[in-house]
Design a protein around this ligand. Structure first.
Ligand SMILES: [Ca+2]
Ligand SMILES: [Ca+2]
Length: 389
């Protein structure tokens, strides 16, 4: 009866130490390099401490110790020791933004989902990359959007000089794609360094005509948008919309469009996502499962987070879930929220691969996507990953 108990203790204790190294606050394990003149016969331990690595070329032991002071003192008395130094962490640290709501709310950017943190180590977007949001307009006075580089603004609804967002939706989408990153405020957007365009094709209630959308897509093409993000859709299409999309795609543009919020349903991807050459985006949640409302179908190309996404919102437009100072942030759900993740990542890819065409960008995003184990109709090629940048 005593033997099994003893075995249990021996097996469990090392596990606990390995999993909770910080629990032993005073004795946190560190790795120290012990350089020697001649490699010792015993390569498993040194002065009673565990050896976790050796290098025969330049003759050192990597020693794990929770008492480095003692190790250094003891090693100093060993005539075989040339030097002792700490093995400092040389891990390439992914940028973890300091934006107010990042840690608590922005699961959609983290390594367990899209891993945008990895992409941000290489690029946060270049001004040569033109990223356009075709939506309800943009509230550019928002504290987390006011510092961006804007190159284009167009209103196809009211014909105004400024495409002010009188809804909030376009501002939310813009924030996901490009809100100021690591500025200590609000949220982290994906490609804040890109040049941003805003084209208003939907009114304050969030609806627009096919003609407005077709004209908006064409406006963006004329303005030089490399990437257009369309968080909108309809169950049918028109020739004018088809032609506008084809002209943009055939001209080398990348268009991300929302699959639709008709789910659960099958073969129900909406237009323009359904059209050839457009990157159709379905919705995943914080568990990397398909959002219950997400449309799906054979045209699905990529899946991206769209459930409870934190982003910017127009001032004085309901709702305002959280404030940072006087500025509103809203948690919103939909394939609308998924789409700017893909457009933002496309902008980062374009920023580091300036010659890439829209189709090359789509191929790269697909090749680097993470298989979530969902059907192709639900995930397309998989969950977008910042590692492609
Ligand atoms: Ca921010
Ligand atoms: Ca497609």
């Amino acid at each position: 009866m005593k033997v099994p108990a003893l075995v249990l203790v021996l097996l469990v204790l090392p596990t606990v130490l390995a999993v909770l190294p910080e629990a032993a606050a005073a004795g946190r394990a560190e790795h120290w390099i012990v350089g020697v003149y001649a490699m010792p016969a015993d390569r498993s331990s040194y002065l009673g401490q565990r050896v976790v690595g050796v290098n025969d070329q330049v003759d050192f032991l990597l020693v794990e110790t929770d008492n480095p002071g003692q190790l250094r003192a003891d090693a100093a008395r060993d005539p075989n020791v040339r030097y002792v130094e700490q093995d400092l962490l040389a891990v390439h640290a992914s940028l973890v933004p300091n934006d107010t709501f990042y840690n608590q709310y922005q699961y959609d950017m983290k390594p367990g989902t899209t891993n945008m943190e990895n992409a941000w180590d290489r690029s946060t977007g270049t001004s040569a990359t033109k990223l356009c949001i075709v939506d309800t307009g943009q509230y550019r006075a928002h504290e987390d959007l006011s510092g961006l580089t804007y190159f284009y603004w167009k209103d196809e609804v009211g014909g105004n000089a400024n495409a002010f967002d009188d809804n909030g939706h376009g501002t939310h989408v813009t924030g996901t794609a490009a809100a100021a990153l690591n500025n200590g405020k609000g949220v982290a957007g994906i490609a804040p360094g890109a040049s941003i365009g805003g084209i208003k094709v939907l009114n304050g209630q969030g609806s627009g005509t096919f003609t407005q959308v077709a004209n908006g897509i064409t406006d963006g093409r004329t303005a030089g948008c490399h990437i257009e993000s369309l968080s909108l859709g309809a169950g049918s299409t028109t020739q004018a919309l088809n032609d506008a999309v084809a002209a943009f795609i055939n001209g080398g543009g990348f268009m991300a469009a929302a699959a639709g919020n008709g789910g659960p349903c099958t073969n129900c991807v909406e237009y323009p996502a359904k059209l050839a050459g457009v990157t159709a985006v379905t919705c995943s949640d914080s568990d990397n499962a398909l959002c219950s409302f997400s449309s799906e179908g054979p045209e699905a190309d990529l899946i991206a987070p769209g459930k409870s996404i934190a982003s910017t919102w127009t001032a004085n437009k309901s709702p305002c879930h959280r404030r940072d100072g006087n500025h509103c942030y809203v948690l919103a759900s939909g394939t609308s929220m998924s789409t700017p993740h893909v457009a933002g990542l496309a902008a980062l890819y374009k920023s580091t691969h300036s010659a890439a065409s829209g189709s090359a960008i789509e191929t790269a995003l697909k090749n680097g996507a993470r298989d979530l184990g969902l059907s192709a109709a639900r995930q397309g090629a998989g969950l977008i990953q910042g590692t492609v940048v």
